[in-house]
Design a protein around this ligand. Structure first.
Ligand SMILES: [Zn+2]
Length: 276
């Protein structure tokens, strides 16, 4: 005979909990997440959140240790909600920062499922779309690149695969040598990238390394492959689910593919950075 993990009374033969206790617990937990999400979104004040969560937790027999979990999950949900349109406006960013500071959770807690990174990416794209230089990346350690004096680091993809096509391939939209760049503010939603994998049949994987984007160039460093490309030398960028393929403006240039794991962000970043 075991005792119910919620109320500690006898639960019956081979049972860990009462059905009723289980249902009450799930309902309470869902309610706690809703409360935390509303506070993180700013639709409710954070002042009473702690007390409210405690109240529901006691009532539904949710262990006290789960309070912090609810608070962080609420924040993660708010990030996803604000980023549904892909961009994070100034007020939304401010709101998320306030909540995060109020409940003092660390960057690694905030990023355990990547929500913190997505927030910074959303804010970086907003800066670019507004024509401002994003200054949101701090590099720990030394970068293998020599930037020019006026050059500013915008983003870094630390683990990027580099591939080249075996042969030159005609690009849709660039076959007449015309630039397909559109005015600043061009922006692709996250959904547009799902299920568009890079065609790897004709490409060769050449390196794994760091891709770095500044206001002037794209830099790559991985093994024997070290180069930089000026943004205005790129005539087309093809987005994929996990990366982008770029085509430079020379007749002989082969398409170059970077697998950054985030095609949506890489594409929007490169499309808009050259308008700074
Ligand atoms: Zn019970």
């Amino acid at each position: 005979m075991g005792n119910c993990i919620y109320c500690n009374e006898s639960a019956g033969f081979l049972r860990k909990s009462h059905q009723e206790c289980e249902a009450k617990h799930s309902l309470g937990w869902a309610q706690m997440l809703t409360l935390a999400t509303q506070a993180a979104l700013g639709s409710k004040s954070t002042d009473r959140l702690d007390a409210q969560l405690r109240e529901v937790a006691v009532e539904s027999r949710v262990p006290e240790a789960r309070l912090r979990e609810a608070i962080i999950q609420g924040w993660e949900r708010a990030v996803e909600h604000f980023l549904e349109d892909g961009k994070l406006d100034r007020a939304e960013e401010h709101q998320l920062a306030e909540y995060k500071n109020r409940f003092a959770f660390s960057q690694s807690e905030a990023d355990r499922n990547g929500a913190y990174s997505r927030m910074v990416k959303g804010a970086t794209l907003r800066d670019l779309l507004d024509g401002r230089l994003p200054e949101r990346v701090v590099v720990e350690g030394h970068l293998p690149f020599n930037f020019r004096k006026t050059e500013k680091l915008i983003w870094l993809f630390p683990d990027t695969e580099y591939l080249e096509d075996r042969k030159r391939r005609e690009f849709v939209g660039a076959t007449h040598g015309a630039s397909i760049r559109i005015a600043r503010g061009f922006y692709y939603r996250v959904g547009a990238f799902r299920g568009r994998p890079i065609e790897k049949t004709e490409t060769v994987r050449l390196a794994r390394g760091i891709l770095c984007v500044t206001n002037q160039h794209l830099y790559y460093s991985g093994g024997a492959k070290n180069f930089r490309i000026r943004h205005d030398k790129i005539v087309s960028i093809q987005p994929f689910e996990d990366g982008v393929t770029i085509q430079r403006d020379t007749q002989t240039a082969k398409p170059q593919t970077f697998i950054t794991a985030d095609g949506w962000f890489t594409y929007n970043l490169l499309m808009n950075v050259s308008y700074l």
